[in-house]
Design a protein around this ligand. Structure first.
Ligand SMILES: Cc1cc2nc3c(=O)[nH]c(=O)nc-3n(C[C@H](O)[C@H](O)[C@H](O)COP(=O)(O)O)c2cc1C
Length: 320
């Protein structure tokens, strides 16, 4: 692997993914780079349709595509397939070019989920229109909503979605297994500190999810987080199949990088997207015929400092 390709993968692996599962693998051979799915990363109970997996793979592909010029590489996708989980998703041909100035790669290295409460500051008109005017892959769009009535509805539907999820023991077991103690050496999953928890608090949250006892507190936390956001960024798509989910993942990543560029904090919650038909109520309220694929809440944290970065798999761990 050349130094430039190694640098590219080193950066792209910082892409966000559902519960930090990092469900992507790469194979570099001659002048090609293959992206495939790591099937053991599938969340049978949290992501039965695989929507969240394909969104995550889309985030990773966006990073590869957008950061490659900054690494002195041109990546050209030959073909993308999302119908077979075991086959290569995309083969890129690689060409050497003059590197462009680093921009997206810098923002990718500083971005992270911030699950703290935000300050309820209004979103400026300028930031709203900058986010709203993002260039999105075909079939996808971004809708930025700062209307307090819609935020309150989204908070309440998210709470309903979480209650539905927490009522399923298999879902709870799968999620609690992904919550990792701070002294662990694992490179996937959600560390206590990423969830804003101390060693004891993290252990209690894991236990609460595992047993289903006191999950109402966790539901309330997510409700409060949305209610205290400046706005919600909805990632929308025309269709609702893996092809659209991958494109929506690219749009999610473009929005996430822009949010970081604007100096705003961000975090995601999939409950509204995944639980039953709850998303339809918000789609009606925001007046779209498109399907909501992801929700990013944005705002200014109430406290200084930033959460610690969640670990990622190394380049060799994601290389097949
Ligand atoms: C498709 C997708 C779905 C996600 N769903 C959730 C979620 O339901 N709840 C949550 O707290 N974080 C969610 N996240 C955030 C991830 O947990 C987070 O990106 C990952 O742990 C890596 O951490 P980082 O964002 O700080 O880099 C999601 C991220 C993606 C890309």
């Amino acid at each position: 692997m050349t130094e430039k390709i190694e640098k590219l993968i080193q950066l792209a692996r910082l892409a966000p993914s559902v519960h930090n599962t990092q469900p992507w693998r790469v194979l570099v051979k001659d002048n090609t780079l293959n992206v495939s799915v790591h099937e053991p990363s599938v969340l049978d109970h949290g992501d039965p349709t695989l929507r969240e997996l394909w969104l995550s793979v889309g985030c990773f592909m966006y990073c590869l595509e957008q950061i490659s010029p900054e690494c002195g590489l041109q990546l050209t996708p030959l073909e993308t397939q999302t119908s077979n989980l075991s086959s290569v998703v995309c083969t890129y041909t690689i060409k050497q070019i003059e590197p462009t100035a680093p921009k997206i790669s810098i923002l990718l290295q500083t971005r992270r989920s911030d699950r703290r409460l935000y300050a309820k500051d209004p979103l400026s008109k300028k930031n709203k229109s900058l986010l709203q005017s993002l260039i999105c892959p075909e079939g996808t769009a971004v809708s930025v909503v700062d209307d307090k009535v819609i935020l309150a509805k989204a908070a309440s539907l998210t709470a309903t979605g979480l209650r539905m999820a927490f009522s399923m023991p298999d879902f709870r077991k799968e999620l609690s297994d992904l919550i990792i103690a701070t002294n662990s050496r694992q490179n996937t999953g959600l560390y206590y500190y990423a969830l804003n928890r101390t060693r004891v608090g993290g252990w209690m949250e894991k236990l609460s999810i595992r047993t289903g006892i006191n999950t109402q507190k966790l539901v309330q936390n997510d409700y409060d987080r949305i209610l205290n956001s400046s706005a919600l960024v909805f990632i929308l798509s025309d269709g609702d199949t893996p092809k659209y989910w991958t494109s929506a993942g690219k749009t999610y990543m473009a929005a996430s990088i822009k949010i970081e560029d604007l100096g705003l904090a961000q975090s995601t919650t999939a409950a509204l997207v995944e639980a039953g038909d709850l998303h339809e109520e918000i789609e009606n309220l925001i007046g779209t015929k498109n399907r909501i694929q992801a929700v990013i809440r944005i705002g200014t944290p109430r406290h200084n400092g930033r959460p610690k970065r969640t670990p990622r798999l190394s380049v060799s761990e994601i290389s097949t």
